[in-house]
Design a protein around this ligand. Structure first.
Ligand code: NI
Ligand code: MN
Length: 227
């Protein structure tokens, strides 16, 4: 069994695993990095890391149209369930065995206000263990924190980390994150979407190659990785 991980640009990711299609932070409308029309996607599950518009994105419209189950923290789930959306709530550091794999919500240092100003709870990252025991760590929007070392201890096959700075880790801190996590493969995300997060991912990749044992891949929106 293999899993496929698609990067749509920014922090919008698709995962195909165990026969399920999972969308993570489905920000298509207004995302300058992608031309994908969210009306053409039919996920089984939608995972939302926090309440900001560039992550919550098109969640409501997609979930209403497809009846996909949205998995997020308690506060975001409560906000979405008022809109008659099927949900599952977890809390930061909590894990649950879903049909597609074991999903743990991880710590993220960030904010999480929802578009209408409602409190969006603690922002999270996502640690997915697929049915064939591959570990995918999607950091979400976060600054650097020392407990990334604990996440790394699980043995990460693929990590997708923000490098854009301003709202999240910048390239320097994302390099330090790679050293803490020591994943087999790392992909930089959450850069270039807006002027304040412009970065050169290839320069960053050169530093990863020079200073760590981790393999690095700079993706173009629409590219995918098979695990
Ligand atoms: Ni954010
Ligand atoms: Mn963001």
């Amino acid at each position: 069994m293999t899993s496929e991980v698609i990067w749509y640009g920014h922090a919008t990711i698709g995962i195909i695993t165990a026969g399920y299609f999972i969308l993570v932070d489905p920000f298509f409308t207004g995302n300058p990095l992608t031309n994908v029309n969210p009306d053409e996607l039919s996920p089984d599950f939608i995972l939302v890391t926090h309440g900001h518009g560039d992550h919550l994105g098109d969640t409501e419209a997609i979930a209403k149209r497809t009846s996909a189950m949205v998995i997020s923290n308690g506060e975001i789930v409560q906000w979405l369930s008022k809109k008659s959306i099927k949900t599952h709530a977890q809390q930061v550091m909590g894990g649950f065995q879903h049909p597609f794999g074991y999903l743990k919500l991880t710590l993220a240092l960030h904010g999480s206000v929802l578009p209408d100003g409602a409190f969006g709870g603690n922002p999270v990252g996502l640690l997915l263990t697929t049915q064939d025991k591959k570990k995918i760590y999607l950091a979400g929007d976060t600054g650097l924190f020392g407990d990334m070392k604990l996440i790394g201890e699980e043995g990460i096959d693929l990590a997708m980390l923000p490098i854009g700075g301003n709202y999240t880790m910048d390239p320097d801190d994302a390099l330090r994150a790679v050293k803490l996590i020591a994943p087999k493969l790392v992909v930089p995300i959450h850069y270039d979407t807006f002027d304040v997060i412009k970065q050169d991912p290839n320069l960053w990749a050169d530093r990863i190659k020079a200073e760590t044992k981790t393999e690095v891949r700079v993706m173009k929106p629409g590219d995918s990785i098979t695990l």
